[in-house]
Design a protein around this ligand. Sequence first.
Ligand SMILES: [Zn+2]
Length: 416
Amino acid sequence: MLTNRGFSIGRWFGFNVRIDYSWFVIFALVLWTFSARVFPLEVPGYSTVAYASMGLVGTLLFFLSVLLHELSHSAMARRRGIEVEGITLFIFGGVAQTSMEAEEAIDEFLLTVVGPLSSIALAGLFWALSIGADFFALGEPTIAVATYLAWLNGILAAFNMLPGFPLDGGRIFRSTVWHFTGNLEKATRWASRGGRVVGYLLIGLGLFELFMGELVGGLWSAFIGWFLSNAADASWRQFRARQTLSRIPVSRVMVRDPVTLPEELPVDRAVEACFQRRPHSAYPVTREGRLVGMVSLDHVKEVPREKWAETTVHDLMRPIENVPTVNPRESLDEVISGLKMDEHSRILVVQDGVLLGVVTLGDIGAWVSRARDLGIDRKEEAVELAAAGSTDVGGTGGATAAGSSPEADTRTEGAG
Ligand SMILES: [Zn+2]
C-alpha cells in the first residue's frame, strides 16, 4: 500500500515525517467528505466557501491528530530504547517505523497503548474546545468542526483498538498473551488471526453498505478490510521467517574460504585478479594469513588508474576495526537486523581474529530458498527479507484505514 515514494515534511520532535504519495487520495477523500457531505448536513445555511474552509481546517486538524498519535508511539519507543526510523502518512493512515521488534512484552504494550490513549486525549481536547466555542459564542462552524474532530478522534481510538494485528488493539492483545504465556509465537498467531477476522468483517460490512447504496463508504470499508487481512497474513509470514532465521547460525550459510588479498599486493594486480574477474565488489585483506581489513571497488575507484601500480591494497583498505564482522554462532536473524546490510554488502564471519567465511544477503536468500525446495523448511516459512513495519488505521463514518508490518516494526493510524 505504501508506494514508498513521497517526500519529507521535516523533523517533528526529532522524528523524520514523510508523506507517501498515496496519502493524497485519503486527503482528497476526507476533504470532500467534510466539505460536501458532513458540514452542509451538520450546519446548514452557509456558503460553499464557508464549507470548503471548514472542510480544509477540519481535514488538516484530523491528519495532525493522526500524526500526533504516531508521534506518541515513536516517543514511547524511543523511551524504551527502540530506535525509530521515521513516521509515514499514507492512504490508510500513519506508520511509525522502528528498526527492531520490541524484545519485551511490556515494551510492546507501552509503545502501543499510548497511541489510542493520545487519540482519546485529543477527542477530549476537541470536545472541550467545542464547549468553549459554544460558551464564547464563536459561531456554529467552529463548534461543528471541533465537535466532529472530537468524534473522529474517538472513532480513531476505538477502531485501532480492534483486537487484530497489526492494529494497536492486536498488538496490545499480542503483548498481553505474550506476557502471560511467555509464548510469542502463540501470541502472534492469535493476534494475526484476529487481524484476518477483523479484515473479513470489514469487507462484509463494506458489501452491506454497498448493498444499502453507500457507494464510497462501502468501497472504503471493503478496501480497508482487504488491506488489513493482507497485512495480518504478511505479519504472520514475516514472524515465521524471522523465527526460521533465528534458528540458523551464520556458519551454516556462509561461503567458506573466501578469496583474500595480501595487503602488500599492488592495486593493479588486485583489479586483475579479483575486481575484474569475480562478481564481488569487496575483498578481505590479510597480513601473513591474519585478517587486517577489507578493500572495496569504491576504494579502488578513488585512485587514478596511473597510480594503481604504486599503490598497495593496504593503502586503500578499511582497517578491520571499522569493518562489521559477525561470530559464526550468531543467527541469521541477528545478522540481518544487527547490520544494516544491503544486497551488495559482504559480512565477514570471524572467530578469534581468523576469517572463516563471508556471507551476503543474497547467500542468505539463496540458502533459505534451497532449503525450501528441499523441503527442509515448511512452505509458510518462505522468507520475506524485505524491511518490516506495523500499522494503524482510522475511520470516519464507515470509512476506516489501516497500515502494515514488516521485519522491523511499524504502526499505522488510519483516516477515512
Ligand atoms: Zn497506533
